[in-house]
Structures are given as C-alpha cells and as structure tokens.
Design a protein. Structure first.
Ligand SMILES: Cc1ncc(COP(=O)(O)O)c(C=O)c1O
Length: 403
C-alpha cells in the first residue's frame, strides 16, 4: 500500500480484502459507472449474475439475498426481519435482541442499541442500555468469566437463561469473530446450544460476517462454517466491495417470506445498484481466480504458528487466536497469574505505535485495549508475515529497553 511518503505494509485493513486498488475491481467499477442503474425496481443482468455467484458461497438453506449499502444497514434490515418473523411465530418479545458485550454491529440508532462496544463509551450520564436489549458476556475462554474447555457451554447458558426469563426473544446476534471485542473466536459448543434455544422461542440467529467474511477464514469462505451452525441470517459488508459501499443480508426463505408478508415493500435506492454488483462480482472473481481464500488459509496458518512460537518464549504474549487472516494477540502484564490475567494495554499500544513508525499498520482493541488486531488484505504473503513478525519482535525488544 502506498502513502504520501512511501510504502506501508497494511496488516489492518480487511476492507481492501482483495488488495488495495485491485485492477479487476477498479476496471469493473469504472466500466459499470458509465451505465449505472440505481433506483432498481427492475431486474438487472449484472445483479442477477452477482446474486447467483454470492449464493454459491453460502449453504443452500440461505437462498435469498437483499443488497444494501453498508454493514450497519445490513444489520438494521436483519433486525427488521427478525421482528417480523418472530411475531409471526408467536414469539413473546419479537423486538427483543440478545447481543454480546463489547460487540460492535454498526452506527445507526437501532444498531448502536445492540452494540455495547459503542454505548458503553457514553459519557453524558445517560443510560444507553435499552430495555429490549439483553447483553450476554463476551465468550472469552482465555480471560473471560467462564474459562477453559467447558466455557462455550457456560456462555451458551447465559443465552438460554435470558430466553427462559423473558419467555423468548426475536433475535440473537453475534459477530463470527468479535473484532472490537478483541478478536474473540466463538468457543466450541457455544453457538449450537445458543441457536437451539433462541429458535425454540421463535427467534432467529444472526451471524454478523461484516468483518470476517469473503474468504478471510481461510478454510472456509464464511467464518460461521467453522462452528457447525447455519445461521438464519448472515450480514455482510466491508470486503464485499473492496472499499466501494455495498452490504448484504442472506436469509433463509422462511424468514424472507415472513418479511414479505408484513406487506411493507422493501426498497433501497442505491442498494444493489449495478456498479455495486459489478464490483461485488469482481471481488468474488478475484477471490476465486487469484486463490485468495487459499492464501488466507496458508499465510494465516504460517503467521499464527510464528505468533504461537513467540507466545511460547515471551510471557507478555498471553494468547494468540483467530482463523485465517483474522488474528489477535493478547498482551498481558508480567505479574499475571493463571487466576488473575492482567491486561497490558500499554505494551499493546507501544507495539502498534512502534510498528507504525516502521511502516507497518496494525490496530488494537478489546475492552481493555490490549489485543493486537491482524486482519490484512488477503493478498498478504509469507514475506509480509515475516516482516510483520520481525516488526513485533523488534517492538517487544525495544519495549524492554524502555522500562
Ligand atoms: C462486525 C461489524 N458489523 C457491522 C459493522 C458496520 O459496518 P459499516 O461501518 O459498513 O456500517 C462493522 C463496522 O466496523 C463491524 O465491525
């Protein structure tokens, strides 16, 4: 990636999934812009072709797609659908949602309500926790409230308890791997149990793949595929247009039919415009033809192994997690014990800044700001991974001298 004064290695921007200024994407967008169709009330060949290709990436149960303009819009539409579907199923609280603490799903009012990452930042004294929103713990089996191999089931119990106490909720939404929450992978046993309970109450389960989708998981095209579940709704965005605004909502037919039965016609002026579809198609073609999902798998495993080696020799690296090219490195304090793991935001900030000064871009997040986020374009190579590793090791070396 080039900047005003030279090259940077980008290990942070998952929006540019198929690479910055990808030629195929630029060409597709430029050509289609000369004949753009918006306000789309008619079928358009580019849109039909794109939707078919996108459906091919999904399990057959998810057979209907709505196109929107951003991840926030996708999640907002998902909530509308959940509400309508749950109402038709006789659910007691169709507009109630279970979300995960520290989750971020977008910036509109309805979505900030279900994004504790955002509303917990509120400093004006208002309590942003809305009564229709039920928050469960971050399913972190390393440093969260339930740890170890049974953590997944214990976290699922929190979801089950809310369904029991309320008599049912319209939806349960989760990121496929939590980004702002600190690169938290959904633990084994969590989603199958949580999904079952929510569905029994006539609610639906929404997987937010805005950060994680489009080949980034490496072994699978979508991250949720690693958890042995098929969501009722999958929301997507960010890398879908490689920087051009496009989002999507993939749903089971039953959910789409319930939504249509509300009688409210769904219309979106720009959602699914022909430039968005041409670009979306070019992104899918690039992933396929340039082998980018395979690359995410290969380089992701290579990088993860190197990070794990680093963890084995450096006690300040507490955890390494993630799949493909969506990885997190958790920094902890030297005086941490098994019972009390102390986050080390200071060190994480030092590493991110040190990397940036050496022209490598990463970011940090998590409720304590101590998790290094690695989510580069899928064109990231082994050499890039080596450069990133050398940068992290140099930063850790200099951090010792600093003390
Ligand atoms: C997991 C997740 N969902 C949804 C969104 C919202 O997407 P957008 O910014 O395109 O509205 C984001 C944005 O960062 C996100 O990280």
């Amino acid at each position: 990636m080039s900047g005003p004064d030279g090259e940077f290695l980008d290990a942070a921007n998952n929006v540019a999934g198929v690479g910055h200024s990808n030629e195929r994407v630029v060409k597709a967008g430029r050509e289609e812009l000369a004949r753009i169709q918006t306000n789309g009330r008619f079928l358009h060949p580019t849109r039909s072709r794109y939707i078919r290709k996108l459906l091919d990436t999904l399990p057959e149960e998810l057979d209907t797609i709505y196109l929107v303009n951003s991840g926030s819009e996708a999640n907002d539409l998902a909530l509308r659908m959940a509400k309508q579907y749950a109402r038709m199923k006789g659910n007691k609280n169709p507009d109630h949602t279970i979300c995960i603490d520290a989750a971020y799903h977008g910036h509109t009012q309805s979505i900030v309500d279900i994004s504790p990452y955002k509303w917990r930042q509120c400093t004006d004294g208002q309590n942003y926790h809305k009564p229709h929103v039920h928050v469960v713990s971050v399913p972190d089996t390393y440093r969260g409230v339930h740890r170890g191999p049974n953590g997944g089931e214990m976290y699922a119990k929190e979801v089950e308890d809310i369904v029991d106490i309320t008599g049912g909720v319209g939806s349960f939404i989760h990121e496929a791997i939590m980004g702002c929450g600190g690169q938290i992978v959904m633990p084994e046993g969590y989603l199958p149990k949580a999904y079952k309970k929510v569905r029994e109450s006539g609610g639906i389960c929404i997987a937010d793949e805005v950060q994680t989708g489009f080949g980034r998981a490496g072994e699978s095209f979508w991250q949720f595929e690693k958890y042995g579940v098929v969501p009722d709704v999958v929301t997507m965005g960010k890398p879908m247009g490689n920087g051009y605004p496009i989002g999507g909502v993939a749903v089971r037919r039953e959910v789409a039919e319930a939504f249509a039965a509300s009688g409210i016609e769904y219309f979106n002026t720009y959602g699914g415009n022909s430039v968005a579809c041409a670009i979306g198609e070019a992104v899918l073609d690039a992933i396929e033809e340039d082998g980018l999902q395979k690359n995410a798998d290969h380089v992701g495993k290579y990088l993860r192994a190197k990070l794990s080696e680093l963890m084995a020799k450096n006690e300040l690296v507490g955890d390494v997690r993630g799949y493909g090219l969506f990885l997190g490195v958790e920094f902890i304090a030297q005086n941490s014990t098994e019972e009390e793991i102390i986050p080390n935001a200071d060190l994480c900030k030092f590493v991110v800044d040190h990397l940036k000064n050496n022209r490598i871009i990463t970011s940090r997040d998590g409720p304590d700001g101590n998790v290094l986020k690695i989510k580069p374009p899928l064109t990231f190579t082994e050499n890039d991974a080596d450069r990133l590793m050398a940068g992290i090791e140099a930063a850790l070396g200099d951090s010792v001298e600093r003390n």
